[in-house]
Design a protein around this ligand. Structure first.
Ligand SMILES: [Zn+2]
Length: 49
């Protein structure tokens, strides 16, 4: 089974990215620095469902 993960901006809370991944591993929450087009800069993105 695949799990759909959203990456939401830590600043504006918008969901900017969607990840699909295998459910077997990676149960920990990731924080990734990604570009947010709403903030216009790189921000910390957290996983949400
Ligand atoms: Zn943002």
């Amino acid at each position: 089974m695949r799990e759909i993960i959203y990456l939401s901006c830590g600043d504006c809370k918008r969901r900017n990215y969607v990840n699909r991944r295998n459910k077997k591993k990676h149960t920990e929450k990731l924080t990734i620095s990604k570009y947010c087009r709403f903030c216009g800069k790189h921000t910390e993105h957290k996983e949400t469902k």
